[in-house]
Every structure is written in structure tokens, then in C-alpha cells.
Design a protein around this ligand. Structure first.
Ligand code: PMP
Length: 409
């Protein structure tokens, strides 16, 4: 009876490569990672993962696991309600205090993910300022785009990291309108960094409020892992800083920190905060342990950065192009959807290396990448082996040899 509907959905999901999407089920994230099943791979016990966002290995850290287990015993498996209706636990409140202290801001607010943090916070901040005009970087994440859509505010897009364009758009806007500039610090798909000092200056000149997504920076950069703005001494020039607990901190959830007035308004009006069950207390406890550990330990950041720099150097020597050498996100530029997928498959089937091919809509069509994330858990020899394997596959499949430093706009 409903076949015509099913046909419709079937057509909808026919990928550009004509194939059904398969998830690769990974076992553990550290060391060698047994995968449950991978078509074309016989021995799945020796697959190593090079595209995990658990950049520092905190999802496996004993202190984090211990905190989570203890909290499960103490508080159970779930929160039992939304934050406002019975779902707030001591772990949530303690974590919020820790996060506001980490960033040196008045207050913090937790969300169940970074996605809902951006969506919920931006829809309130941009939506509740009458006549607000938002200035948003062209490569901002989908969650930012959705939050701004939900706000209903007018939006101007500036070219990626192009401060002259940002300034031009601000100058053309009504000087009396409230203004909000939204950027990321480390860009998730390019691995480059926004010119934060210039953006803060521009915001000041035009009386704009600022919202900074530090999802790919918190834990990894800055004093105590407070992010890029903190590293550059700019944290107090960004009104709201947003982060995730799911990448550097290895667990799950998102947050914003900022002035008490803003946080309180988001707490009162944000739909993605109000109308959903709070994160399990045990997740908050695990995240708290990760944040505390990374505030006092440099070891993970040092290992991550040593591995990232080694990978940058080895790729440059082989003239395998990648977008930016400023961070641990090494986006190897393939720029061809089919070739990118073939490379990913060859790495998996022949070398036991899992690195996901990234296609549209995560990147623009024609800018396909292998988004490589060397982590703190990889050893030096693993990084060397990875680049050697990539180099072989690159040669066999005819990948382009170019210089590093291509900046996409
Ligand atoms: N912002 C950016 C820049 C991201 O890359 C992501 C996730 N990849 C998010 C927000 C959402 O974070 P989360 O995964 O915690 O939902």
C-alpha cells in the first residue's frame, strides 16, 4: 500500500556514487581497533582509525572511565527528565561551574550535544535582539546555520576568514541595528584558524557582539585546554564561547559560556535546552573528569601536536596536498568524489587504515578530502606508517602532487 512512498525514499537516498552508505563499526578507539565487520577486509582485528574526533583519547582515559562508572552506580543510567523538570543533577551543575572557570566567563549552560548548543543558543541570541543582523563565516558548521535560521534574524555571509569582506558587510549595515558576528576558531573541515584578533577588533569598531564556536579547539589548544581565543589572550573579547564535550573531552554534550545575562536568557528561551531530556549524569561526570584532567595535564596536547607536526612534515615531503598546517586536522585534498572514495577503500582493504572520505554536503562538491585526524593516542611509528600507506595509495591511484597551503574560501 505504501510502496510509492518507499520508492520515493529509496530514490532520495541514491547517493551520487550509486551505493548504499555503510557504517564501519569500530570497536575501541585507541591502539589497534577491532572492527565488527568490514566488507572486503578479512582480518578486522588490525584496523587503525585516523578519523576520530576523540583527538586526545579522553574517551578511553582511566580517570574518565572511572568517573563514569562511579556516577552510574550513584545516579543510574539516565537523567530522568529535562533540566528544568527533575533532570538537573549535581554533576551537571558542577560541570557548568568547571566550564565557566575554564573559559573565565560568568556562567555556562550544558546541552545534550554541540549541535543543539549552537542551534538553541543562536536561535535565542540572534532571535531575541530586535532587528539583529548576523554576520556568519561562509564555512560555519551546519548547527550554526540551523540556529541562525531558527532565529529568523537577517544574515550576511562573509567569505571564509576574509576580514575585509566582514568589515565591508558591517559597514554597509544599519549602524543602529544590533549586530552579531559568528565564527569558528578551528574550522572542522579545513583545519585552519580564524583571524580572531582582527575579528575582535572589527566587532569592537562596529559595536557587534561575538559568538565563537571552539568545538575543534577546546581541550587541544590554549592554557588548560581553554581553546584558541584563550591561547591568543582574546577570550574576554568574545562574548559567547561555545564548545563540545564530544571531541577533545572524549564524551558527549555541548555547552556555551558567557555573560550571566546571555546565559540566563538562553536557559529561559532555548527550545533545544528546554524541550529535551538532560544528558545522563554519568556522562556529565565523565566529561567533568576529562575537563579537569586536561586543565592540569599538558601531556595529551603535546603528543597531539607532535603527531600533527610530524604528519604535516611527512606529507609536505611527499607533496601530498593538504589544506592547512596550523592544526591537528589534516585535510588531504583529493578534490574528486570517486577518487576520494577509492582511496579510502584502498587504505582500508589493503592497509587496515580507516579514514573516511568526506564528500558534499560536508564539503563543497569538487573539494572532497580525506580528513585525517592524527590523535594523541597514535605513536610516532604509526604516523610514519600511515603516511607511507597513503603515499602508496596516492601513487597507485594517481592523486595530485602539489604544495601545502592551499586556502579555500
Ligand atoms: N560545531 C562544529 C564546528 C562541529 O564540527 C560540530 C560537530 N562536528 C558541532 C558544532 C556539533 O558538535 P557535536 O558533535 O557535539 O554535536
Amino acid at each position: 500500500m505504501t510502496t510509492q512512498y518507499l520508492d520515493l525514499f529509496s530514490r532520495l537516498t541514491e547517493g551520487s556514487d550509486g551505493g548504499k552508505r555503510e557504517f564501519l563499526e569500530i570497536g575501541r578507539l585507541a591502539g589497534q581497533f577491532p572492527a565488527a565487520s568490514v566488507s572486503g577486509v578479512e582480518d578486522t582485528s588490525r584496523i587503525s582509525v585516523w578519523c576520530s574526533n576523540d583527538y586526545l583519547g579522553m574517551g578511553q582515559h582511566p580517570a574518565v572511565l572511572e568517573a563514569m562508572k562511579e556516577a552510574v552506580d550513584e545516579y543510574g543510567a539516565g537523567a530522568g527528565g529535562s533540566r528544568n523538570i527533575g533532570g538537573t543533577n549535581h554533576c551537571h551543575v558542577t560541570l557548568e561551574k568547571e566550564l565557566s572557570a575554564l573559559h573565565g566567563k560568568d556562567d555556562a549552560l550544558l546541552f545534550t550535544s554541540g549541535y543543539t548548543a549552537n542551534d538553541g543558543a543562536l536561535s535565542v541570541i540572534a532571535g531575541r535582539m530586535e532587528g539583529c543582523v548576523v554576520f556568519s563565516d561562509a564555512l560555519n558548521h551546519a548547527s550554526i546555520i540551523d540556529g541562525l535560521r531558527h532565529s529568523g534574524a537577517q544574515k550576511r555571509i562573509f567569505r571564509h576568514n576574509d576580514t575585509a569582506h566582514l568589515e565591508e558587510l558591517l559597514a554597509a549595515a544599519d549602524p543602529d541595528a544590533p549586530k552579531l558576528i559568528v565564527t569558528e576558531s578551528v574550522y572542522s573541515m579545513n583545519g585552519d584558524i580564524a583571524p580572531l584578533a582582527e575579528i575582535a577588533d572589527i566587532a569592537e569598531r562596529h559595536g557587534a557582539m561575538t559568538f565563537l564556536d571552539e568545538v575543534h579547539a577546546v581541550g587541544m589548544y590554549g592554557p588548560q585546554g581553554a581553546g584558541i581565543a584563550a591561547r591568543e589572550g582574546l577570550a574576554d573579547r568574545f562574548t559567547v564561547i561555545m564548545g563540545t564535550l564530544a571531541k577533545g573531552f572524549g564524551t558527549n554534550g555541548g555547552y556555551i559560556v558567557g555573560p550571566a545575562e546571555v546565559i540566563e536568557a538562553v536557559r529561559m528561551f532555548s527550545r533545544s535546552f528546554i524541550f529535551t531530556t538532560a544528558m545522563p549524569p554519568a556522562v556529565a561526570a565523565a566529561a567533568l573528569a576529562a575537563v579537569r584532567h586536561l586543565r592540569s595535564s599538558e601531556a595529551e596536547r603535546e603528543r597531539l601536536w607532535a603527531n600533527a607536526q610530524l604528519m604535516h612534515r611527512l606529507l609536505k615531503e611527499r607533496r601530498i596536498p593538504f589544506i592547512s598546517d596550523l592544526t591537528h586536522i589534516v585535510s588531504v585534498l583529493v578534490r574528486n568524489e570517486a577518487l576520494c572514495k577509492r582511496m579510502s577503500t584502498a587504505l582500508l582493504e589493503r592497509h587496515g587504515i580507516y579514514v573516511q572520505a568526506i564528500n558534499a554536503p560536508s564539503v563543497r562538491a569538487g573539494e572532497e578530502i580525506l580528513r585525517v585526524a592524527p590523535g594523541a593516542v597514535h605513536s610516532t611509528s604509526e604516523v610514519e606508517m600511515f603516511v607511507k600507506a597513503l603515499d602508496q595509495v596516492w601513487e597507485e591511484l594517481g592523486g595530485p602532487r602539489e604544495e601545502v597551503g592551499i586556502r579555500l574560501r
